[in-house]
Design a protein around this ligand. Structure first.
Ligand code: GUN
Length: 293
């Protein structure tokens, strides 16, 4: 049996079309154009690619966007000053500081300086706390994308056992908190497996749905999955590949060939979760623009 491929590109396109429609209405009804500021510190090549594609998505939707590109040696104080200026800028509804930051800057201090109402990454403790107790908030984009992929593909997580592999603050913990909520599109039984678990396969073999967010290339293979499970691969890893003109290729945290022989459905890399993250960022920016009016 070969798994159905969950087309993240197509589903992200649907969401962007919905966001575009609502954005046009917000502009014609209230004269508001959603505005998103990107802050990029240093020269990390992957970060530059991500920020460029997020900026392109803004252009397509008619959002106002600015990219503040700062040198790697920028001081923490200068970065804080920039964030305070953007917090006060009425044309800016969302602020995204691309991670990772250089080691001399404390990322948590920076994230907490962002006005939580403009925190379109959903990383501010105010948004994290509200998510945990089920209050309206800005939610992290990749986890929201994971949930949307499941729901829009017809795999309602309600009552299902979801095993999330990875406990990061960006993916693992927020996806757990979203899927736990007693509401439509969630209501799952959630296990988090992580590096402290010993035998990860012991947990993944019990899953109806596996969310792989470990950050290690092809760490989960078909032998670690239950026949017929649903696999959402959050990983984006560059591995050297001489045959590619770029010198590398992208793989997920799941070994696609063996996994797709056991799973009922699986997301590809690229073209699965990646495009969803950007679509959800646009949705969050629209949400921030609508509620800051
Ligand atoms: N770097 C990797 N993932 C993310 C993300 O979701 N948001 C930000 N700001 N930086 C990242």
């Amino acid at each position: 049996m070969s798994a159905l491929i969950i087309d993240g590109k197509r589903i992200a396109g649907e969401i962007r079309a919905e966001v575009k429609q609502a954005t046009d209405l917000l502009r014609s009804d209230a004269g508001i154009v959603p505005g998103l500021a990107f802050i990029l510190v240093g020269e990390d090549p992957a970060s530059r690619v991500y920020v460029r594609s997020k900026g392109k998505a803004c252009d397509e939707l008619g959002f106002h966007s600015v990219t503040e590109q700062l040198p790697a040696e920028t001081s923490q104080q200068d970065l804080l000053t920039l964030i305070h200026r953007l917090n006060a800028d009425p044309r800016i509804h969302g602020i995204l500081v691309q991670l990772p930051l250089p080691p001399h800057i404390d990322a948590q201090t920076i994230l907490e300086a962002i006005d939580y109402r403009k925190d379109v990454d959903g990383f501010h403790p105010q948004n994290v706390g509200r998510l945990v107790i089920g209050l309206p908030c800005l939610k992290p984009c990749t986890p929201s994308g994971v949930v949307e992929l499941l729901v829009r593909s017809g795999y309602d997580p309600s009552g299902k056992h979801v095993v999330v592999v990875g406990r990061s603050n960006i993916v693992g913990k927020p996806v757990m908190n979203m899927l736990l909520q007693k509401q439509a599109g969630a209501n799952a039984v959630v296990t988090i497996a992580h590096t402290g678990a010993g035998d990860i396969a012991h947990y993944t073999r019990q899953a109806d749905i596996v969310v792989a967010a470990i950050g290690k290339p092809e760490a989960i293979d078909g032998s670690m999955l239950r026949e017929g499970s649903i696999v959402i691969d959050v990983g984006i890893n560059r591995i050297p590949d001489e045959s590619s003109s770029r010198g590398y290729r992208l793989v997920g945290d799941v070994e696609f060939n063996s996994a797709s022989k056991r799973a009922a459905a699986i997301t590809p890399v690229p073209g699965g979760v990646g495009p969803m993250t950007i679509a959800m960022l646009m949705k969050n920016t629209l949400q921030a623009a609508s509620s800051l009016r």
